[in-house]
Design a protein around this ligand. Structure first.
Ligand SMILES: Nc1nc2c(ncn2[C@@H]2O[C@H](COP(=O)(O)OP(=O)(O)OP(=O)(O)O)[C@@H](O)[C@H]2O)c(=O)[nH]1
Ligand SMILES: [Mg+2]
Length: 227
């Protein structure tokens, strides 16, 4: 008896999130804000990659970020070191972000002042997959320290992602990661995803990643003017 009830409650939550996500996506489009939602297992390097990304992007654009964790303001403090605005979302016991949390976190910002909004999701390879946050791009980070078979073990989240970033390339050799096999496994589960290889420590691959983000932003602005 309890199973149908759990399913119906889940459907209700997802339904509410879906509507809010569509509304927020329209608001982002109105203001020409390009939004990326970063997902990964805990510690793959989301904050480190974003800190670097925002520090570089702010030389030419206006980026901002919100970051979700169960506890501590540590990641927001690290992101603020980029010089761009950042806010922490504390989820308590929740293993993912929902769109109303994002909407509340950004309410003091004037979206007209922003070009990029990065959403760092809670480190988790399962739950964030179900929740649209109104983003343009869902980015999954996989670190070379995690093992080559992670894409095969967690196919559901990766199959919702537009982009995969293989991070911690600087230590791939030291941890004996077979990067070609990891790439092959990504392609196996998500053939259409864009793939980048980065080190958020040395900056390897960052130019290509930043070029991609700038191009996607420019595309969105052009589309916005045409509509
Ligand atoms: N060597 C190396 N270390 C990295 C790299 N990226 C991140 N790290 C380190 O890995 C650890 C975790 O990085 P974070 O950026 O906190 O990872 P995260 O995905 O934001 O973690 P959660 O928010 O807890 O899910 C930190 O000690 C980082 O300094 C990288 O490219 N190379
Ligand atoms: Mg983090």
């Amino acid at each position: 008896m309890s199973e149908p009830r759990i399913i119906s409650i889940k459907k209700k939550i997802l339904g509410k999130n879906e509507q809010l996500a569509q509304d927020l996506r329209a608001e982002f489009a109105r203001h020409g804000v390009f939004v990326a939602n970063l997902v990964s297992s805990p510690g793959a390097g989301k904050t480190e990659l974003l800190r670097w990304t925002m520090a570089e992007l702010r030389k030419t654009h206006n980026p901002a970020a919100v970051t979700g964790d169960l506890a501590t303001e540590n990641d927001a403090a690290r992101l603020l070191e980029s010089g761009a605005p950042a806010k922490q979302i504390l989820t308590g016991t929740m293993c993912h972000l929902e769109v109303d949390m994002v909407r509340n976190a950004i309410q003091e910002w004037d979206l007209a002042d922003l070009d990029f909004l990065f959403i760092e999701n809670v480190g988790n390879l399962v739950c964030p997959g179900d929740f649209d946050l109104g983003e343009d791009l869902r980015v999954m980070l996989i670190a070379t320290t995690e093992g080559e078979d992670k894409p095969l073990k967690y196919p559901t989240l990766i199959s919702t992602c537009d982009v995969v970033v293989i991070n911690k390339m600087d230590i791939a050799e030291a941890v004996e990661c077979d990067v070609a096999l990891l790439e092959h496994n990504v392609r196996e589960v998500r053939p259409s995803s864009e793939l980048f290889k980065t080190s958020a420590k040395t900056g390897e691959g960052m130019d290509v990643w930043l070029g991609f983000l700038r191009a996607r932003f420019a595309e969105k602005v052009t589309q916005g003017k045409g509509s």
